[in-house]
Design a binder for this molecule. Structure first.
Ligand code: NAI
Length: 261
């Protein structure tokens, strides 16, 4: 049985992952702003430092895996783009950088980062924003996002997820990750019925946009289904999975990108 760190453990897919891991007899150290083993605000540098240190201490310096599910959706709000950049990107990259040595100490550790199918279905995600986020320069990313007015949170969200997918693929194959025996992969869900989606559906215009979005299977996914994918990606069955971005989205990515290969 292993020890796993899970961010975003208090709600939605993170909570569903925790439930599955505990049911399978694993130990879980949950991180969230509320109701967690480690209560920390991942939108601040101090919160991220405190969270990474507390997890390492509680895990005894060895992690068999980590699931990075904490994140904010593209809701309206003045500070939303900043929160999205801080939590969705730096809340993944800084924590994983800090946890990498503990993951390397385990035997074939596995990491699953939550990306999104927004990476391939939102058109014209500004590359400058993605680049700034990958360089950890939130202010520069926000400077470009401000020019986009009310669309800023939507583009901030898509750019945050492009950035983490890119980061996963770039890091996964390196000496520090693959070379240290750590499998680093991303999961890209479509619309999954969680509090994050419920919040988006509460705005009528946003609800119309979400319901009009092409989903070949129809409807929404549920948190338990996605948790099952995460558990699979943490299992021995994923020993040969490295740097993959797995889309579980009812077919939207295939619909938009049928001719890409
Ligand atoms: P959720 O809102 O149910 O859970 C997200 C968790 O992140 C919450 O427990 C929240 O407290 C935590 N969190 C937010 N800000 C935080 C902060 N500053 N510090 C620490 N924790 C913080 O959302 P859901 O849907 O379970 O999302 C999980 C991941 O999946 C997110 O990264 C999200 O972007 C991604 N995703 C969700 C989709 C959906 O349709 N629900 C679709 C595609 C991706």
């Amino acid at each position: 049985m292993g020890t796993y760190a899970v961010t975003g453990s208090a709600s939605g897919m993170g909570a569903a992952v925790v439930e599955r891991l505990l049911a399978d007899g694993h130990r879980v150290v949950g991180v969230d702003v509320k109701q967690a083993d480690v209560t920390a605000d991942l939108s601040t540098p101090a919160g991220r430092r405190a969270a990474s240190a507390a997890v390492l201490e509680l895990a005894g310096g060895v992690l068999d895996g980590a699931v990075l599910a904490a994140g904010l959706g593209p809701a309206p709000g003045r500070d939303r783009a900043r929160l999205i950049a801080e939590v969705n990107v730096l809340g993944v990259v800084e924590l994983l950088d800090a946890w990498r040595p503990a993951l390397a100490k385990a035997d074939r550790a596995k990491v699953v980062v939550f990306s999104s199918n927004s990476t391939t279905t939102v058109p014209m995600v500004p590359r400058r924003v993605v680049r700034a986020l990958l360089e950890g320069d939130v202010e520069r990313a926000l400077g470009t996002l401000r020019l986009l007015g009310r669309a800023a949170p939507t583009f901030a969200y898509a750019a945050s997820k492009v950035a983490v997918s890119h980061w996963v693929r770039r890091q996964a194959v390196t000496r520090e990750w693959a070379g240290a025996g750590i499998r680093l992969n991303a999961l890209a869900p479509g619309a999954i019925m969680t509090p994050l989606l419920e919040q988006q559906l509460a705005t009528p215009a946003e609800a119309r946009r979400i319901r009009a979005f092409p989903v070949p299977i129809g409807g929404f996914g549920d948190a338990g289904q996605l948790a099952a994918w995460v558990v699979f990606m943490l299992s021995d069955a994923a020993d040969f999975l490295c740097g993959s971005v797995v889309f579980v989205d009812g077919g939207s990515d295939a619909w938009f990108r049928a001719t890409d290969w």
